[in-house]
Design a protein. Sequence first.
Length: 191
Amino acid sequence: MTEPDSGTAPKTAELSRALDPWTKWAAFIGFLLLIGAAAATLMDVLMRWLLNMPIEGWDDLSHLVFAIVIVACFPAGLLQGHNITIRFLGAGLGRRPSQWLEWFGALLTFIFFSFMAWQFMVLTFEHHASGDTTMTAELITWPWWTIATGLVLFCIPVQAVVLIGHTRRALSGDEPGGAIEPEHGTEAGEV
């Protein structure tokens, strides 16, 4: 195998470190929205039970909030390598084939998120063009879907950095590890 250009290693590590705080902030905001949604749902249940008065429109709004909550965690999960992985095949084949399987998984993940971002864009444009609103509260949906689409679009460069890291590891034979490069100059996976 050919060795990758040594000039690309620091660039990938720098990109990983530059993206990391942004992905964590997105996940943190998603977490805050989740806590707020849980509190509002609890309040809605209590009001229904005690006062027979639900929070007007919460059911409509909760669907839009949860769309953002879910996708807000995707960038951090991708960059930190927290996606579901099945490694028994790679373990049986050895280290080098395992690295290429990791690369293939990163490539498929990149393709999947690219396709998903495209579909989110289509959905958002359709909601905008049709003036789509929620059923009960008649909230306009496209601004919510625009935020969700932006977060999914952010996954594409994040996963591209992960894919570059896996490509470099597969070509060089370094041990695969997490997607974020350590700050001390060692390769991911080294101790």
